[in-house]
Structures are given as C-alpha cells and as structure tokens.
Ligand binder design. Structure first.
Ligand SMILES: C[S@@+](CC[C@H](N)C(=O)[O-])C[C@H]1O[C@@H](n2cnc3c(N)ncnc32)[C@H](O)[C@@H]1O
Length: 220
C-alpha cells in the first residue's frame, strides 16, 4: 500500500460530499454498471460490498438482494452512504467500518462486490484480501461442507490489461497500486474461484467475476 489506510480514509472523507458528482466518467459508469449486473443477487442473498464509499454499488443492489452490508474505512464516505439510503427509503442496507483484509463482518455473504477500491492495496495485500473474502461464511449448509466461501465475487477496478500508463486516466502512481488482470485472476484461482467473466472496460479498467469452484458435485 502506497499510503497508510488512515491517509486513504482521510482523503476520501474530505471529498465525500462531492464524490458522487465527480464520478461521471464513461469508464466509472461502465465499471459500476457491470459490477451491478454481474453480481446479480437472488432475493435471498446477502451482498457484502467492500470499499463501498458512498454506496453506489450497495444501494443499487439493495432492491434485488435480501440484505446488503457495506464496509469502508472512511467515516465521511460511510456517512454519505447512510444519508443516501435514508433519503431513498432503503432499509435493507447497513454501512459500517471495515477494511478489505478485515471487513469486520461475521455474518453470511453469498456475494462479495468491490468497485474502484482494491487498487489502493499492494498485490500481496490484495491476495490476503481475496483469501479473507473466500473464507467468509457463504451461507451454505454445513452438512454439505459448502458453507465456506461466497458463491460469487465481483471485482471492478483499475487493473492493467496492457503495460501501466500513468498518462491514462485512473492510475496515479503516488496513491494507486493496480495489479495486472493476470495476477488478479491467479489470486482468485488460488483462493478456490474460477474467473467466469473478465470484462475489459478500457486498457486500465475491468471487471472480474469469480465463482466458487465446484468439483465432482461438491463445492471446494
Ligand atoms: C474510489 S472509492 C470507490 C467507492 C465505491 N465503491 C464506488 O464505486 O463509488 C474507493 C473507496 O475505497 C475505500 N478504501 C480505501 N482503502 C480501503 C481499505 N483498505 N479497506 C476498505 N476500504 C478502503 C475508500 O475509503 C473509498 O471510499
């Protein structure tokens, strides 16, 4: 991580009031739209949205899911997310403090989402985060040994399809640390997931959909 978590939290709290108005790029819109579409929760699912910010993904999924839990390190962004939920009359979302590698959530999560946020972590930290998500309670039946792991993880983020180019949007080397698409897919594979979709939004923005691997009729 190029900056401590507290620095990221403070930086986002400062811009929380204007954050939504500034997310008007085609790439952000496309990435968020794909994360929402690929998450596709059932009405019985709980979604855990990490790096939730002002709740763009969490609030959009609340209508389809049973429950959405948003976690972030920035109090200012979380406060804005709560205001938006209240203004929209959305009651099945809950926002609170949580970090990618320590979401501070011990309930069930059938689906994990994260949009435009994980690139703040270094690659070894991203790997730890993905392994943490894979070990969450996916809400299966313990008797079937499939209670470990959400069934789907959807990661939209800055990621490199080509050589890193700081001249292109969304990559500021002083604060961002994006991974290559190949590294992220390998991290999901190692954690017991198969990348079932890789959507290329631009050379430096994409969405990976990863599904928990099912082997021989039993989920891993
Ligand atoms: C660019 S915003 C994206 C917000 C939202 N997901 C969206 O699509 O608009 C990145 C968010 O990641 C959060 N963040 C940064 N580092 C984090 C960490 N280690 N754990 C959890 N959230 C983090 C920031 O506070 C910020 O709200």
């Amino acid at each position: 991580m190029k900056k401590p978590i507290a620095d990221h939290a403070a930086r986002f709290s400062e811009i929380a009031a204007d954050y939504d108005d500034e997310q008007n790029s085609e790439e952000y819109e496309a990435c968020a739209g794909l994360v929402i579409r690929r998450a596709a929760p059932a009405d019985t699912d709980t979604v855990l949205d990490l790096g939730t910010g002002t709740g763009a993904i969490a609030l959009a999924l609340a209508g389809d899911a049973a429950r959405v839990v948003g976690r972030d390190v920035s109090d200012g962004m979380l406060e804005r997310a709560r205001e938006k939920a209240a203004d929209a009359g959305i009651g099945n979302v809950e926002f609170g403090y949580g970090e990618f590698r320590d979401p501070q959530y011990d309930g069930e999560a059938q689906i994990v989402t994260s949009n435009f946020a994980l690139h703040h972590l270094a690659d070894d930290e991203k790997r730890e985060a993905i392994e943490t998500w894979a070990a969450l309670d996916g809400g299966g039946t313990p008797a079937r040994s499939d209670s470990v792991g959400p069934r789907r993880i959807v990661l939209g983020d800055v990621m490199f399809f080509e050589e890193p180019d700081p001249e292109e949007p969304f990559y500021s080397p002083e604060v961002d640390d994006p991974a290559t698409v190949g590294s992220l897919v390998e991290m999901f594979t190692t954690a017991g997931y198969a990348a079932t979709n890789v959507d290329r939004v631009s050379d430096q923005v994409g969405v990976i959909t990863a599904e928990r691997v099912v082997a021989g009729g039993r989920e891993s």
